[in-house]
Ligand binder design. Structure first.
Ligand SMILES: Cc1cc2nc3c(=O)[nH]c(=O)nc-3n(C[C@H](O)[C@H](O)[C@H](O)COP(=O)(O)OP(=O)(O)OC[C@H]3O[C@@H](n4cnc5c(N)ncnc54)[C@H](O)[C@@H]3O)c2cc1C
Length: 471
């Protein structure tokens, strides 16, 4: 989707990356194009913004970007809101450089975008995609309330989700389908500018992005802020450069070691759309790093991540045990009343007060830093199944803790991570054992063999001593 100098007709042609939620030509009486920013919160390399700009340029009308900031996003905490606001500061600056003002208002995103679209007499609204339940609900509400067309661009995947209309069984089923079309979709995204400037005297009312003031006005509490975990395009670029220079060369062999991290640590920026997967994939592909590391990384970034998005888009029970495969639910149900040698309360688990120093360190890493290494996330979720009275309780608790504390929580990857660890999603049956049935088991002794776990426990203790700071 290059559309730098496209005609209106070519811009409105069907495309696998574009979903038409409200059809029709742009309103001839309309005075501008509205870009609704929700999931892809960035002013660079953003296919949804690009379509809005291209439409504005073809119609010879200015473009306005709108963001509705809701104080009641499910499970979102103060730490997430700060990160989001930092991203909006970067986005506003990048958008301004492209001739597109960003209006941020407090309220439900669907209400905000409809109100602004009416005020500025939009000819057409262009948004991004979000497969989560709440994201889809907002989009349906906007389509119902708007009186002008609404188009959604799947801007946060490399290969459009629409190409996989059914729930994929496993990585091995989606991988060949992705690779078949990858070169068609993995293309650099330009940053075209609006040709008609927005008339500054007609800028609708909106918020200044004073982060501290907005956090207070939003009144969000919950999980405290995390030192040094900064949101936004600029920080995502810094992390990407660091990853390519220092970590990518050893990614294939070293990514499972948690001390020090050898992964990109870009998941939260991807979650908030502060950077898109295309930007990362192209930078990694042209980095000159060893091919086995490039391949291993692109497998996670594209195949695994887009498999997770496929699951959430195609399975409405994506965050419940009911969404897991039938064999997983059956085996868990058969073993639901197996005696649990140890049961911890929700409070004990949340406060990292179990008898397992590995699990406690992982839980503390999550509480203090908002992240946890992938290998430990697997162990962490499986132990919750072992230590709670039944699989339903385990599932609900794992999802809640994941979404409350991880900076990258409330993401398709998290729902799939829990479904894989507890419900056997995208996995196969293993040998049968108590509590787990045929769900894959992970033991503390296995972790000790694979990782330098004592170094990990010491590292988390040091972070705790520094009050959450890593250095
Ligand atoms: C129980 C459990 C819970 C999880 N919860 C989350 C979550 O809430 N949010 C989240 O983004 N990820 C989650 N994951 C997946 C994975 O652990 C994280 O994406 C990864 O640790 C992020 O670190 P990174 O950015 O350094 O990854 P890198 O290794 O640098 O990978 C690059 C990107 O690829 C994607 N990716 C990596 N591993 C996976 C994977 N296994 N599945 C799907 N995509 C992947 C991520 O977007 C990641 O940022 C969970 C996994 C498990 C087992």
């Amino acid at each position: 989707m290059q559309f730098v100098m496209a005609t209106l007709e070519s811009l409105l042609k069907p495309h696998p990356r574009v979903r038409v939620l409200r059809d029709g030509p742009p309103d001839p009486e309309g005075e501008c194009v509205v870009h609704w920013m929700q999931r892809a919160q960035r002013g660079h390399e953003n296919a949804a913004l690009n379509l809005a700009i291209a439409l504005g340029n073809a119609l010879r009308k200015p473009i306005l970007s709108v963001f509705g900031l809701t104080p009641s996003y499910p499970q979102a905490q103060r730490r997430h809101y700060r990160f989001l606001l930092e991203g909006l500061v970067d986005a506003r600056q990048a958008l301004a450089a492209r001739g597109v003002p960003l209006v941020v208002r407090l309220g439900s995103p669907s209400e905000v975008v409809c109100a602004v679209a009416r005020e500025v007499r939009a000819a057409i609204v262009v948004g991004d995609e979000n497969p989560l339940r709440i994201g889809e609900q907002w989009r349906r509400e906007v389509a119902e309330r708007l009186s002008v067309p609404l188009r959604l661009v799947d801007a946060d995947v490399v290969v459009p989700t629409s190409l996989f209309p059914k729930q994929e069984y496993a990585a091995r089923t989606i991988r060949p389908k992705i690779h078949r079309v990858l070169n068609e979709f993995l293309r650099p995204l330009p940053d075209p500018a609006a040709q008609v400037q927005w008339p500054s005297e007609r800028l609708p009312a909106g918020e200044d992005l004073d982060i501290a003031g907005l956090l207070d006005r939003l009144g969000v509490g919950g999980a405290s802020e995390v030192a040094g975990y900064i949101g936004g395009w600029t920080e995502a670029q810094r992390r990407l450069k660091r990853f390519i220079a220092d970590r990518l060369p050893q990614y294939a062999s070293g990514r499972n070691q948690p001390v020090p991290y050898r992964t990109s640590e870009l998941s939260a920026h991807l979650h908030f759309g502060h950077i898109g997967p295309t930007t990362i994939a192209l930078a990694v592909r042209s980095s000159g790093a060893p091919p086995e590391s490039v391949e291993a990384f692109l497998e996670e970034l594209i195949v695994r991540r887009e498999l997770a998005i496929n699951f959430v888009a195609r399975n409405r029970d994506y965050d419940r045990l009911a969404g897991c495969p039938a064999w997983g639910r059956a085996t868990l149900s058969k073993h639901a009343s197996d005696p649990r040698p140890v049961v911890y309360s929700e409070q004990q688990l949340e406060a990292a007060q179990t008898g397992d120093p590995i699990w406690n360190a992982a839980q503390k890493e999550m509480l203090l830093t908002g992240r946890m290494h992938n290998y430990l996330r697997m162990y962490w979720a499986k132990k919750i199944l072992e230590w709670t009275p039944d699989p339903e309780t385990a599932y609900g608790l794992a999802v809640r803790l994941n979404d409350t504390y991880f900076m990258d929580g409330r993401d398709p990857n998290g729902y799939v991570g829990v479904a894989w660890a507890i419900g056997g999603l995208h996995d196969r049956p293993w040998s049968e054992r108590p509590i787990f049935g045929t769900i894959r088991y992970m033991s503390a002794s296995g972790i000790r063999r694979k990782l330098d776990i004592e170094a990990y426990i010491r590292w988390v203790a040091e972070i705790e001593r520094r009050g959450g700071r890593e250095h």
